[in-house]
Ligand binder design. Structure first.
Ligand SMILES: [Ca+2]
Ligand SMILES: [Ca+2]
Ligand SMILES: [Ca+2]
Length: 314
């Protein structure tokens, strides 16, 4: 059976058996995770898959054994316990040495996200709970400078990470159950830092599948028509990336028309060409006589098309 994300297949004693299959990820195994007595997390919270320390890890929220007893056995006793975030190596099933890490409250219907948003080495788990704090915990259990973030509310939504203002650095967005939205700046570059699990169910598609490329190419910049001697009218521009303004796109399409080009279906397709180079790479295309407008748009290797950039020709 093809399963998106992870399912709890059974709870036998204190051994949690987890079956997994991730469409789009060839290196993700079926998992059997054994949690030692006393370090067992409560199944039922949402698991994610991401690389904290170079290999795929499975990450989820939970509570320690005494917390489980409080909920289901010794109700009202209030045995001391911790809410925790847990992480296992997905290849071996072994819990990472620094885990579980204590957090403030239940995560229940929420999940963590994973990206590199702080100076703590490597990627971090971004996890919010009912008790106000959005945490930032790396594979060694280290929290980055400037973290956690205080929201004063129940962090119900999964945090989302991206370059919101286009300055080439990441931001982190959060939303409390009370309805307050937060956006925190970081000094981490937007490229190469945010390819793990950057929002609820992994990506913009909500695929829940590690490795899914849901990010279209960005938009070409500097799109300009000019008359070149010996060529005629030519359109020139600089390329975007394959994931917005990161990486490299696969191909581009050039359109020309006697009327303004607003949609990819407007005008005439002059051709679709293989792209070479990443963000900022110069490219050009000879335009037919009579063209008054031209546009270019990019596609990535996964088939996602970006927005077109158009220009009125001189
Ligand atoms: Ca980091
Ligand atoms: Ca930014
Ligand atoms: Ca892409």
């Amino acid at each position: 059976m093809r399963v998106r994300g992870l399912l709890v297949a059974g709870l036998v004693g204190f051994t949690v058996t987890v079956g997994a299959s991730y469409p789009g990820a060839n290196d993700a195994p079926t998992l059997r995770i054994t949690s030692p007595l006393g370090r067992t997390g409560l199944p039922g919270t949402i698991r994610i898959v991401a690389r904290l320390d170079g290999q795929l890890d499975v990450i989820k929220g939970g509570i320690t054994l005494a917390g489980l007893v409080n909920v289901g056995v010794a109700v009202g006793q209030n045995l001391p316990y911790n809410h925790v975030i847990q992480a296992w190596n997905a290849q071996t099933g072994q819990e990472l040495p620094a885990f579980p890490q204590a957090v403030e409250d239940y995560q229940l219907l929420s999940s963590p996200a994973v990206a590199d948003v702080s100076d703590a080495p490597g990627n971090e788990i971004l996890v919010g709970t009912g008790l106000y704090l959005l945490r930032d915990i790396n594979a060694q259990g280290v929290e980055g400078p400037g973290w956690p973030k205080f929201t004063g509310g129940w962090n119900f939504a999964v945090p989302a990470i991206g370059d919101v203002d286009g300055d080439g650095k990441l931001e982190v967005a959060g939303l409390t159950r009370e309805g307050y939205g937060f956006l925190w700046d970081t000094d981490r570059p937007a490229c190469g830092t945010n390819d793990e699990w950057w929002t609820s169910r992994h990506d913009e598609f909500g695929s829940g599948a590690y490795g899914t490329d849901s990010r279209p190419p960005g938009t070409a910049t500097g799109v300009t028509g000019s008359r070149v001697s010996g060529v005629g009218m030519e359109l020139s521009w600089k390329a975007p990336g394959g994931d917005w303004m990161c990486g490299s796109a696969k191909r581009y399409r050039v359109l020309a028309s006697s009327k303004p080009i607003v949609h990819p279906t407007d005008g005439t397709v002059l051709g679709t060409f293989d792209a070479s180079g990443g963000v900022g790479t110069g490219a050009s295309q000879k335009l037919p006589a009579g063209a008054r407008y031209a546009a270019v748009l990019y596609q990535d290797a996964a088939g996602n098309w970006g927005h077109l950039a158009s220009a009125k020709l001189p």
